[in-house]
Design a protein. Structure first.
Length: 256
């Protein structure tokens, strides 16, 4: 789905590391506007003003957490590109399942990754037209490697860090190449097969099936019991009256 005119499969460029950034996504969007190519990765050892989905924040450890953003260019309309963050969530899940840490996780629609119900990874995907007329996607990923006091309050939910499960996990900088490898595999599969290529895996690890939830959308909130994922990546909820409600996967994308 990405770079249809360029037949080369999606590939990450070597990460650009910053000692400190306000928000890697904010800074990368500026670089994309100035022509940074698809595959550019901007990572920060410390992020001071991390942003979350729907105007929320993201608090990372002063050092050693994983906070980075990458650019993926697409010629597809928003409905097709909206499932990219779901492919990324699966990539993060693959990474967390790797030895030696082997952390079991579930994906909470649209793209959170939870360990034992606590959020370990958040993904903020922002999309907008680029000067060339393509859709530019800046995907910002935060993985909690270390614990931070006050993180639950800052994020507004229970959180977990890799270190809670595997104390010798190491530094985010050393982990990034492994994570990028897992992400690249999932993104290439998504490019080749679209959402059909990931739907089965996503449903198999979907958090909350059978639970009552309220899904926030750009225009309000929808409540129901989680039933599954639709063919276009939408969340399918059973409503109290027995009907089904679908929450569009476009709700996964924030404005540029
Ligand atoms: C969320 O779950 O609300 C999404 C959180 C996304 C956080 C990452 S950290 C790297 C990138 N830079 C940001 O400012 N946000 C994203």
């Amino acid at each position: 789905m990405v770079d249809q005119t360029n037949k080369a499969a999606f590939a990450f460029l070597p990460p650009i590391w910053l000692e400190e950034a306000t928000s890697t996504s904010t800074l990368l969007k500026e670089r994309v506007a100035a022509g940074a190519p698809s595959g550019t990765v901007l990572a920060a050892r410390r992020q001071t003003q991390g942003r979350g989905r729907m105007g929320g924040g993201w608090l990372s450890a002063g050092d050693g957490d994983l906070t980075f953003s990458f650019h993926c260019r697409s010629r597809q309309p928003p409905l097709a590109t909206a499932t990219l963050p779901m492919a990324c969530a699966l990539g993060v899940r693959d990474f967390l399942a790797m030895p030696p840490w082997r952390i079991a996780t579930r994906c909470k629609w649209p793209n959170d990754v939870l360990a034992e119900n606590a959020k370990m990874c958040g993904i903020l995907t922002e999309s907008g037209a680029t000067t060339s007329g393509d859709i530019g996607l800046v995907v910002g990923i935060g993985v909690n490697v270390r614990g931070v006091p006050g993180r639950d309050a800052a994020i507004g939910r229970e959180t977990a860090a890799m270190q809670d499960f595997f104390p010798d996990v190491g530094e985010g900088a050393a982990l990034l190449p492994l994570l990028l490898e897992c992400l690249e595999k999932r993104i290439r599969n998504w490019e080749e097969r679209g959402f059909a290529g990931i739907r089965g895996d996503l449903e198999a690890c979907l958090w909350g099936v059978g639970k009552p939830v309220t899904a926030k959308t750009g225009s309000g909130a929808v409540s129901g019991t989680v039933a599954g994922i639709g063919v276009g990546g939408e969340l399918v909820l059973l409503s109290p009256d027995g009907g089904t409600v679908k929450v569009s996967s476009v709700a996964a994308l924030d404005g540029w």
